[in-house]
Design a protein around this ligand. Sequence first.
Ligand code: IPD
Ligand code: CA
Ligand code: CA
Ligand code: CA
Length: 255
Amino acid sequence: MSEQIQEIKGWLYEAGEKIKASFREELKVDQKSNRTDLVTNMDRDIQKFLIENIQSTYPKARILAEESGYNTLDTMEGTVFVIDPIDGTLNFVLEKENFCIMLAVYEEGQSKLGFIYNVMQEELYWGGREFGVYCNEKKLTKPENKLLSEGLIGMNAHMYLHNQYEAQKIGEVSMGVRMSGCAGIELIAILKGTRIGYLSNLSPWDYAAGCAMLDAFDFPYSGLTGKPLHFNGREHFVAGTPKMVEEVSKILQFP
Ligand code: IPD
Ligand code: CA
Ligand code: CA
Ligand code: CA
């Protein structure tokens, strides 16, 4: 297994230990754009820890990361590391579980590796088109290509409540709607085959790692007009089994 994979796994395990240790201390929570958009000292510390490791090992790589100073990039040329230091910050603050650390490596705009670490479950999902997808040491088998009507669908709660992009109709065709509040957990569920898809409104650090692993299974993802994801700001998002994404594209009438 490549040295890079071992190295990144090591950073993520260490980051996970820092998060667990932080439960013994008081968390510092700040609001960003509104009362439900939070950032904590741990989001900032984990991002800083990962960026320091990346910069000392890969000084030429570009970095795209959620928290301050790193959240835009002019180009995906060269090697790009995409980081979400804590995905599901609200869950982290209120539940102390159901959050992940996410990291992806892209080369010349193509996915190479994705890592989603569910810290409290101690499950590290990782992989890419050259490697397949693993949960810790166990290789996952490619999920069945199920129809929308044959499985559970993950959704962004705001989209479902406000019925954006026919979210309620899509939910009704499925066997049931689930909302975890954590993009990483939703994307893992598609990789495991426990959900047939995910509809959301995401930033690049929310989808980069999951999409790198979906590429290993040739499972599709795109914006909700059918255009490829642009890695430049927030956009509506669908991913899932090929059959599910095709059905969603028909409902939304995109090519
Ligand atoms: C958020 C979560 C949430 C999704 C939001 C994301 P954050 O990430 O993944 O499930 O609905 O769009 O921004 O801010 O907790 O890293
Ligand atoms: Ca956030
Ligand atoms: Ca996120
Ligand atoms: Ca985050």
